[in-house]
Ligand binder design. Structure first.
Ligand SMILES: C[S@@+](CC[C@H](N)C(=O)[O-])C[C@H]1O[C@@H](n2cnc3c(N)ncnc32)[C@H](O)[C@@H]1O
Length: 346
């Protein structure tokens, strides 16, 4: 029986459900945020999230349409020694299933979604958000839903909080909070550290784009970018009391990657990597290698959409004979290589 190892105790489940189970740091964070007396997890799968709700709440109702998955959920809760979960196998939208639940403090749903979709849509998740809000309105007004994190805030047609979560520097989850659970319009959180950034009604900074990198470059946590919080991030980096050393601007590397750049150095917990910009070169590994010699560099990490088969060949050429302590990230914009020395990582 396959088990998922990223959990403190490896979970039981089939391969597909293990892949979709909530990673433990996310599940723990969410359970803290949704801590209440009675919670219903109405699409619980194999229980990756249910376990942590049950550790925080007095009672949890776990609903799942697939009989095999709910069996795994029972085994997983048992493995964690939890005795406060009531399991219900059935369609979460079936009135008979809903009738078996008491009034609850929170309804949580991590719905199923198509395995692949050209463009993620909030309407393709199952059970759908409007239907759940309607079906459970007698039970609570506090709902939380998981939605695909690729959805930008403008594409979420509900008056809810949009919380983008990154885990180990990668965008991982989006949670939507309704009713009294809604605290902000948008929030970005970086896990496992648990640092956050909140949307402001009128951030001071306006996002200005530039084609030229300044002395320093900053790679924001992907949850900040996904939540549309770059102006708030810049606001948090400007020392309003200090000397003016130039503003932060947005430098687009390619379709997926962007950096903030400034002549000022600031440390911020929602910045994944803080860089000193070493310079730009044409993308010629041998020339770049020669440029980096004598600069105490040991690693050159390629940050470009490069064919995975070619990655290590190119990287070997870039790092040939480099024995230093510093790490350089190499971004590629068009034909130009941008060399950034890592000064500080979160
Ligand atoms: C993404 S998985 C949940 C994963 C779970 N949160 C975890 O961490 O292990 C979504 C689940 O919703 C279930 N589901 C889909 N439609 C449902 C419905 N109408 N009622 C109940 N469960 C449903 C699917 O069978 C699937 O197991």
């Amino acid at each position: 029986m396959p088990r998922k190892k990223q959990f403190e105790k490896p979970l039981n489940g089939d391969k597909e459900s293990l892949r979709f189970a909530t990673p433990e740091p996310i599940a723990r964070y969410r359970a803290q945020r949704l801590k209440c007396r009675i919670l219903a997890d109405i699409s619980c799968g194999i229980g990756g999230q249910t376990i942590f709700f049950a550790q925080q709440c007095e009672a949890v109702y776990a609903v799942e349409i697939d009989p095999q998955k709910i069996e795994y959920a029972k085994q997983n809760c048992e493995m964690y020694g939890l005795k406060n979960v009531t399991f219900i196998c059935g369609d979460a939208l079936d009135p008979e299933v809903i009738a078996r639940l008491p009034k609850v403090d929170v309804v949580f749903s991590d719905p199923a979604r198509p395995a692949t979709e050209a463009k993620r849509r909030v309407s393709s998740i199952e059970p759908g958000i409007p239907k759940v809000l309607e079906a459970y309105r007698e039970k609570t007004s506090n709902f939380a839903f998981e939605a695909p994190p690729q959805l930008s805030p403008e594409r979420i047609p509900f008056a809810c909080e949009k919380e983008y979560l990154s885990l180990d520097g990668q965008l991982n989850r989006l949670t939507l909070y309704f009713g009294a659970l809604k605290q902000f319009d948008r929030l970005a959180v970086a896990l496992p550290a648990g640092e956050g950034l909140v949307a402001q009604e009128n951030p001071l900074s306006k996002l200005q784009e530039t084609e030229k990198l300044k002395l320093y470059a900053y790679e924001p946590e992907p949850s900040v970018v996904a939540a549309g919080l770059l102006p708030e991030l810049i606001d948090s980096m400007i020392d309003l009391t200090g000397p003016f050393v130039g503003s932060y601007e947005l430098f687009r590397v390619d379709k997926k990657r962007l950096l903030l750049t400034a002549d000022a150095f600031a440390k911020q917990s929602m910045i994944k990597n803080h860089y000193l910009v070493l310079g730009t070169k044409s993308f010629n590994p041998k020339e770049i290698n020669a440029f980096l010699k004598g600069k105490n560099v040991g690693n050159v990490v390629l940050r470009a959409g490069i064919n995975p088969k070619a990655y290590w060949t190119v990287r070997k050429e870039l790092e040939e004979g480099l024995r230093g302590k510093k790490t350089v990230h190499l971004f590629v914009k068009g034909d130009t290589a941008i060399l950034c020395e890592v000064l500080f990582k979160n």
